[in-house]
Ligand binder design. Structure first.
Ligand SMILES: *Cc1c(COP(=O)(O)O)cnc(C)c1O
Length: 485
């Protein structure tokens, strides 16, 4: 298997070395709080024996994981590379500069910011960098001031009101958008006057003419592209065209599919980086790095993004930035392109596995790393389907589908992603088998009465599916050769 070798490589004694490192680390942890050592061991055992199909999860390499466990955690380094509010940041400077350099090279971006702690932080940095560039800076100029601290109380209130009264157009939640794209429960929804574009009711695809019409009518400051549950590719060149037509800044949130961009599965119009003014991502999903965020930007927005601290962030997680540098170095290796291609090929196989067995998929298929199964044809809610699958050791998450009849809590969909199991070495045949097992569980599960949560699965089905999936997992071990005892 080429796909899994990229996190077990290089060298034959790699697994033995990592095993030694983890055994030693667990001994140290055990001496202070044995229950945490135990939970850590158990988590590996559980992850090894679960069919992880959560589209936003993956497995980082031992090199990435080990990098996070160091004394870089102990250092404060507020500020930016070479310009810190704290002394003795020379090694953090090295780490952050390397993370940024790898990110720029990997994605072909003029500028990269490695400090965001997560995807939501990356989006907040991006939003405020755009507001600072497009609203605050011209506002200051108009008032003849250089710095916000130079404004009178009254002028500052006027500028603050302006900053808080901007418009954002993003993808609707039920067609796959993300809460951080201006939805009310999230802070972005309290910051922006938000409107959504959806997908075509027939095809389930983004209708660019409809996006253009919405943009022309709404005139947003920011057009957001990117998703968490849309199983298709996006034409970012078209999105940029639309943004330009209405004078909007194009922000792309590639949190989910950054691995496919890094691995050159998405190129040309489907590569967001050359088209977006600002691109944000997580580093722990398809990119297979540590839990964290990243912002890429054009020269125009770079200075404002670089002020993410103190605008949005406090001290950076230097140990995680170090791990980002390691993960991004891995993603620059040729093996990562094989991995990314396998992620996409496997999603095709999973989708065909479903459709050939009569299941209905939102948009009828996929051309990225995820598949959205409409479970109403099984007479189930997403909540029931998710639980029945979990009983059989199949880990997925329920997700709304367009115009979802069961709402955002119970939902009518199950989202599947291929990044994690592809890392373990699963190929097309294994993903077809996954589809078979999922269909076996769902077609043997029934809703109980009118409940949207209660269900019953026919006797023996969960155990049979669990056994079959355990067999596949054993044949494609997570961290092959890594032993804790
Ligand atoms: C996962 C995700 C986020 C949030 O990432 P966190 O690291 O969980 O904060 C933001 N945007 C999109 C599109 C995502 O899929």
């Amino acid at each position: 298997m080429t796909a899994d070798s990229s996190i077990a490589a290089p060298g034959t004694d790699y697994a033995a070395t990592a095993s030694e490192a983890y055994r030693a680390a667990l001994k140290v942890i055990e001496s202070v709080e044995p229950r945490i050592a135990e939970a850590t061991r158990q988590e590996l055992a559980d992850q090894r024996d679960s069919l992880k199909l959560i589209a936003s999860e993956n497995y980082a390499s031992p090199a990435v994981l080990l990098t996070m466990g160091t004394w870089f955690s102990d250092k404060y380094a507020e500020g930016t590379i070479g310009h810190r509010f704290y002394a003795a940041c020379q090694n953090v400077d090295t780490v952050e500069a390397l993370a940024a350099e790898h990110a720029r090279e990997l994605f072909g971006a003029p500028y990269a910011y490695a400090q965001p702690h997560s995807g939501i932080d990356a989006n907040l940095v991006a939003f405020w960098a755009i507001l600072a560039t497009r609203v605050e800076a011209p506002g200051l100029a108009e008032l003849g001031a250089k710095h916000v601290n130079d404004l009178s109380e009254a002028d500052w209130e006027t500028l603050r009101a302006k900053l808080g009264n901007q418009r954002l157009l993003g993808m609707s939640l039920d067609t796959g958008g993300h809460l951080t794209h201006g939805f009310r429960p999230n802070i972005s929804g309290k910051m922006f006057h938000q409107r959504s574009y959806g997908t075509d009711a027939q095809t389930g695809l983004i209708d660019y003419d409809a996006v253009r019409a919405a943009a022309k009518e709404f005139k947003p400051l920011i057009l957001v592209a990117g998703y968490s549950a849309y199983p298709r590719r996006v034409n970012f060149a078209k999105m940029r065209e639309i943004a330009d037509e209405v004078g909007a800044t194009l922000m792309v949130d590639m949190a989910h599919f950054a691995g496919l961009v890094a691995g050159k599965v998405f190129t040309g119009d489907e590569d967001p980086v050359p088209h977006a003014h600002v691109t944000t991502t997580t580093t722990h999903k398809s990119l297979r790095g540590p839990r964290g965020g990243l912002v890429l930007a054009t020269e125009e927005y770079a200075p404002a993004v670089d002020k993410g601290c103190p605008m949005v962030l406090g001290g950076p997680l230097s140990h995680v930035m170090a791990a980002k540098a390691v993960a991004l170095a891995e993603a620059r290796q040729p093996a990562f392109r094989d991995y990314a291609q396998a992620v996409a090929d496997n999603a095709q196989s999973l989708a065909e596995g479903f459709t050939s067995r009569g299941a209905r998929l939102v948009t009828g298929g996929t051309d990225n790393h995820l598949v959205l199964l409409d479970v109403t044809s099984f007479g189930l809610t997403g909540r029931q389907a998710e639980s029945a699958l979990l009983d059989a050791g199949v880990v997925t998450n329920r997700n709304a589908i367009p115009a979802d009849p069961n709402g955002a809590w119970y939902t009518s969909g199950i989202r599947f992603g291929t990044p994690a199991l592809t890392t373990r070495g699963f190929g097309a045949a294994e993903f077809d088998k996954v589809a078979e097992l999922v269909v076996e569980v769902l077609s043997n599960t029934q809703a109980e009465g009118t409940s949207k949560a209660k269900y019953a699965t026919a006797d023996g089905v969960a155990a049979r599916v669990h056994a079959a999936s355990s067999e596949m997992l054993a044949a494609n071990p997570l961290y092959p050769g890594l032993t804790l005892s």
